[in-house]
Structure formats: C-alpha cells, structure tokens
Design a protein around this ligand. Sequence first.
Ligand SMILES: Nc1ncnc2c1ncn2[C@@H]1O[C@H](COP(=O)(O)OP(=O)(O)O)[C@@H](O)[C@H]1O
Ligand SMILES: [Mg+2]
Length: 450
Amino acid sequence: MAKLRTRYVCQSCGQSFPKWQGQCSGCSEWNTLAQEVEQAARRVPAQLSGSLSIIQTLEEVDVERAARWPTGIDVFDELIGGGLVPGGITLIGGEPGVGKSTFMLQLISRLGVTIKPLAYISGEESATQIKLRAERLRVGNGGDIILVAEQNLDSALNGLASYLPRLLVVDSIQTVYTPQMEATPGSVTQIRECAAILTKFGKDRGLPVFIVGHVTKDGAIAGPKILEHIVDTVLYFEGEVSSNFRILRVFKNRYGATGEVAVFQMTDKGLSPVINPSDLFISRKRTDSPGVVVVPVLQGTRCILTELQALVTQSFLAMPRRVVAGIDSNRLNLVIAVLEKHGGMKFYNRDVFANVAGGLKLSEPGGDLGLAMALAGSLDDRPVPSDMLLIGEVTLAGEIRPVSQAARRIAEGRRFGFKRFVVSSASELPDEKDIIKVASLREALRTVFA
Ligand SMILES: Nc1ncnc2c1ncn2[C@@H]1O[C@H](COP(=O)(O)OP(=O)(O)O)[C@@H](O)[C@H]1O
Ligand SMILES: [Mg+2]
C-alpha cells in the first residue's frame, strides 16, 4: 500500500495544497479548501513496463465513421449533434431536483427499444424509488434496464461487466466511490478517480457513458466543474426548479456544436420536449403595457422570443435599487447610463427592476434596444406597441449597432405575428416595409413612442 498523505484540495477548482489557506490561490475562491487523504504518487520505475503501443501515421488511421445512435428524443439528438457516440462520455449536470434522474430514465427507456441492455448505477436512490419513478413516467416495463443500486463503483462495474451493457448511466458521481482511494465519496479525489474509471470502462467497451453530477447555485461543493475537461460532452440543465421550464444547454461537445439548447417542460410524465420554445415565453394575446417588450434571444443556432419586463418606480433610498433576473446587471447599468446621457431621462431617484421570463438568460447585447425601450416606457408610462420587435445593441455613444443573425430574429418574429421590426440603420437587411431602421437611441425613442 502506498503511503498516505494529507492534502487540502480546493472543492471548486481541484487544486491541492500542502497547508490549509483561506483563499485558494488557484481560483481565488474563499473557504473552498477541504482536507483529503491522497495516495502518494507512484514512482516511475527505472525500466519501463507494458507492451508496445500501436504507432501509425495520420494517413494510416482507419476511421470507422462514428455511427451515431439516435435516442428517439429528437430535440436531444439534434442538441448533441445527431445522436449518441459509442464510447462518448457525457456529463449531465444541474441543481438537485432539476430533472436529471428523470431525464436519464426517459432516455434509456427510449433507447432500450433498439439498444439493449442498458445499465443504470444509482448511488443515490434505491431500486424501489427508481421503479416508482419509472411507473409514474410510464416508460415501459424496463426489462432491458439493468439496475444497480450501489455506491461502490468497483463492485457495480465488476457485477455489470458480464451483462455486456451497451450504455451506462451513473447517478450521481458525488455518491459513488472507489475503494482504491481513501477519500470520502464526493471529494475531489473520489470524483476524479471514479470519472477516470468510468471513462476507461466506456472507452474500452465502446459504450456511451452518462455521468450525472449535482451542481449547486454557488458552485462551492466539489462538483462536475472538475470533470469538464475529462469528459467529451458537458450538458447542464438550467431553469428554476420551481418553474416547469428546463433548458438543457451544451457547454462542451467534442462531437458537435456548443451553446445549443433544448427546451423541456416538466410534467408528471417527465420532461417533454418543447418544439417551439417561443410559445412558452411570450403570450400570443399581447396587450400594450408600459415596460413590457419581446426580445429575440439567440441560444446557439436557435432564436427564442421571450418577454422582457422592466419596472421603474420612485426610490426612497439613498442608493436606488437595481434588481435583475436573467439580465446582466452591468448591461442594465450601461443601458440606464446611455438613456440618461443620450435620451435625457433621469433614473438617479428611481428603483429599477428588470427581468426575463421563464428563466432564460439574456447573455448577448442583441436585447439592449428592447431593454432600453422597456425602461424608457416604464419611466414615462408609455407602452411599446405590441406588434413591434426591437433588435439592436446600444453603444456608449448612444448609437444602435447591428447584431448577429438579425434576419433569423426577424423571421422568428414574423412567425409570431410581429408587424414592425426596429433595427440598426447599419445592419445589412433588405429594405422591406416592415423593417424600420434607426441610427441612434434618440431616433429609436421617437420611432417607438411616436
Ligand atoms: N409526482 C410528480 N409529478 C410531477 N412532477 C414531479 C413529480 N415528482 C417529481 N416531479 C418533478 O421531478 C423533479 C425531480 O426530478 P429528479 O429527476 O429527481 O431531479 P434530479 O435527479 O435532478 O435531482 C422535481 O423537481 C419535480 O419537478
Ligand atoms: Mg437525481
């Protein structure tokens, strides 16, 4: 047995230190170091062991065109680039209760029709709990799903090997452990080692492996973040557990595009795909009300229309409030500053609240113009016409700058019955009668509130 030594491992970035310190010098987070026992590194022997590796030139490499396995959940297949890749390791993360276990069970029962058997290692829930969930979700009899309710990963994999599973799910990486390591389950050492074991198991046998990982809001707990570079694909579930929308986002994909999203709705039958997400985030019967606008939000190659609301009220505080949800607060402050400087509006004695519906995040500047008009409208109690879609970035100089994929955003707007599109005069869009081009914030204010 190798000698054991104590290390302090950052539960956020995974760096380890010989002594405890308040702040991690790797990622600058505070109070993230936890004591772990780790085995001393093996010494490199004087003589190399092992057989000869296969060595070939790039030209000689024989490509088996990676056959993709469609899962039967079309939005998911599209999301990951056309189906599962044998030997592909996927991390699927999200907050507790977001629907990871539900989704995995739905996925494997769909797959079980064509690819069998499938294995599900659960370190978290008992076999009975999983069976009850399967009954609620009505996912079939589950005759092709091998269930292992076990936390010892070595025992689970040893038990499974003879069943020759074609796919493996581990739920969750924080609850399994390998006895080869002294550290407790959920520690950085265990998570890394278990992920390495699973990766080897999957790659050796050509199995897709799904590793479920919990992420907490503050991200302080040892988590999936440290696995991101080990796995091939990283998917995160987003959305408030209290709302029923769930967004599955691709953060990393060795076999496809990143930034893509799929939208699901949580029902008592599990997660059901939403084909037209814009339907969810805006209401078809819209009325003119001050402070409410619809903005097109780009998510990967998709464009989703979503409602953005702003409320500007008189403030009785020395430091007026700026409260945001789904919008970057720096972006809000920038837009407010531009409205003050170039629109002649006063916000210094106003509380400002702004949010995006349905848990979506406005992470690109294409929604600036919409945000600016919602703020201006709420301040002066003037509504933005409900048939008008605002597309543009606001610059510090008070100009409206064109945004990427404007044509796609307009197309989505037309589909939802918008009749007028306010865009930057610098955008390369054809002159059509429903497209109104504006050069500055001033001009936009005049046009929108004419
Ligand atoms: N009987 C039910 N009816 C409808 N939704 C349910 C029911 N039971 C659980 N859920 C939903 O399933 C979610 C739990 O999903 P789960 O897959 O266990 O999450 P995770 O594995 O990410 O922790 C709950 O937050 C809830 O939205
Ligand atoms: Mg779960």
